[in-house]
Design a protein around this ligand. Structure first.
Ligand code: ADP
Length: 497
């Protein structure tokens, strides 16, 4: 960009994604203004931002999801641009529209594109227009149970009932046989109404053991579009991705060509601008089907950055400012293998119950080709108000086999005390022979770890280290936060001792 007045960018998000965007602002010479809730004061993003504005309140509804409060703060901060990150208001068409009307550049697609993509029925229609394969489905307006059952039979069992306005895996019901149809239809409608304020549902064929493959795209306002290849996100727990990688071992060069072309065609048909992710399911016979278009940066964008050597947030800003994408498709290549592991504050031995509390020592083991995007540091508190993801570990290596070892070594050295974490669980997945041999699907975790997971107990040495490290963190926290430090108790990460 030509030198001009310094851009002021408001970040309407928290945790690791806020940190990610602030770093991009620093590199681009923009002033970052972080909007934060009361409990998020003193988190790493708060400490990194050039300026901060407190949104009084604790819950997301009072703060990060409160459109009038967020926009007022953005206007008061005199921001030219607003980056929504992911989650919260990032896929809210009204928010994008009101920000634009207030004269602030929304770093993302148009409100209209967000709305089309956010409605699963409209998104399916878009895919059909773009000649992108979709699973056999019923998306009509019929409400009568008997007629819907007839439609379900045409699709064939198992089929899945989904909320048109759905997201986050909520309101989805898999119907395996005719006799359970009515009951599941009622409960899908009830759940959809509760979660999304609309009981409009649709039905589609349920694929057994598919893989989740998504394509990263970037479109500019001059009509240029490129893709940054695929990510495989089949390792999911309750539809929540936990390990993501690229390239996917499931794609042949021909299949990769087809799926990435489909993703670009869909984005062009939508008149889409900025970063987006087109999600597909791939069945065991290598047929792929469009699932949804996510109109934001994804949590797992990091693996694409590692393998393609790009900075997707820089590109998002450039495109939002009306610039042309500075890359041609043939300049974008996949080099080596990248893997991301999401580190959650949760207890795998207790059915992954979220684990809140103040963090003791946190040691991020630096080393070659290891990246850490963390939302919390030692002495920060994991509160019950937000998603319990502490951060992400991303590793790169020339090949998948080497990278699985690199990730395993990195996780083995990663130290997080004060709360329970899923680190040992992630290591167990990496040690699993089927995972190592690429025999995965979205039901992998349920099949391999459905019985539950109990981590190996810590050694005496690890316990002692944990106690000492926590004492040290407590001393630091007492210095920073006064009496808060005394709340720091040593808790073994995976036993109750
Ligand atoms: P949401 O928007 O609520 O996340 P999606 O439609 O993206 O819902 O689906 C989330 C996950 O549910 C997918 O990644 C996949 O694991 C599973 N799923 C959804 N639709 C199907 C289907 N037709 N067949 C098999 N699995 C499905």
């Amino acid at each position: 960009m030509a030198a001009g007045p310094v851009m002021r960018v408001v970040i309407a998000n928290r945790g690791e994604v806020a940190g990610r965007i602030i770093r991009a602002c620093q590199e681009l010479g923009y002033t970052s203004v972080l909007l934060h809730s009361t409990p998020d004061k003193n988190t790493p993003a708060f400490r990194m931002a050039d300026e901060t504005v407190e949104l009084p309140g604790q819950t997301p509804l009072e703060t990060y999801l409160n459109i009038p409060v967020v926009l007022q703060a953005a206007m008061k901060a005199d921001a030219q641009m607003l980056h929504p990150g992911f989650g919260f208001l990032s896929e809210n068409g009204t928010f994008a529209e009101e920000a634009t009307n207030a004269g602030i550049i929304f770093v993302g697609p148009s409100a209209e594109a967000i709305r089309v993509a956010g409605n699963k029925i409209k998104a399916k229609e878009l895919a059909r227009k773009a000649k992108v394969p979709t699973v056999p489905s019923y998306t009509g307006t019929e409400r009568d149970g008997k007629k819907l059952l007839a439609e379900a039979k045409k699709i064939g069992f198992p089929c899945i009932i989904k909320a048109a306005a759905g997201g986050g895996g909520k309101g989805m019901k898999v119907v395996r046989e005719e006799s359970e149809f009515n009951e599941l239809l009622d409960s899908a409608r009830r759940e959809a109404l509760n979660a999304f304020g609309s009981d409009v549902i649709f039905m589609e064929k349920y694929l057994e053991h598919p893989r989740h493959i998504e394509v990263q795209i970037m479109m500019d306002s001059k009509g240029n579009g490129v893709h940054f290849f695929e990510r495989e996100c089949s390792i999911q727990r309750r539809h929540q991705k936990i390990l993501e990688e690229t390239p996917s071992t499931a794609l042949t060069p021909k299949l990769r060509d087809e799926i990435t072309s489909c993703a670009l065609r869909l984005a062009e048909e939508a008149g889409y601008v900025n970063a987006g992710t087109v999600e597909f399911l791939l069945d065991s016979k290598n047929n792929f089907f469009f699932m949804e278009l996510n109109t934001r940066l994804q949590v797992e964008h990091t693996v694409t950055e590692m393998v393609c050597g790009v900075d997707l947030v820089h590109l998002q800003f450039a495109v939002a400012l009306g610039e042309k994408i500075p890359l041609r498709q043939e300049q974008i290549t996949q080099r080596g293998h990248a893997l991301e592991a999401r580190i959650y504050a949760e207890n795998p031995s207790k059915n992954f119950l979220p684990s809140t509390g103040r963090l003791g020592q946190v040691i991020l083991p630096l080393g070659p080709c290891r990246r850490f995007d963390f939302g919390y540091a030692a002495t920060d508190e994991i509160t019950p108000f937000y998603d319990p993801m502490i951060g992400k570990v991303i590793t790169w290596a020339p090949s998948r086999a080497e990278n699985l070892k690199r990730m395993h070594a990195t996780l083995s050295e990663l130290v997080i005390f004060g709360v329970f974490t899923n680190i040992e669980f992630l290591k167990a997945v990496l040690e699993n022979a089927k995972f190592q041999n690429n025999q995965v699907s979205t039901s992998f975790l349920e099949e391999q770890f459905g019985e539950g997971f109990t981590a190996k107990p810590l050694s005496q040495g690890q316990h002692e280290f944990g106690r000492e490290a926590t004492q040290a963190a407590r001393a630091i926290a007492t210095g920073i936060n006064g009496s808060h430090g005394t709340g720091l108790q040593y808790q073994s990460p995976w036993t109750n001792s």
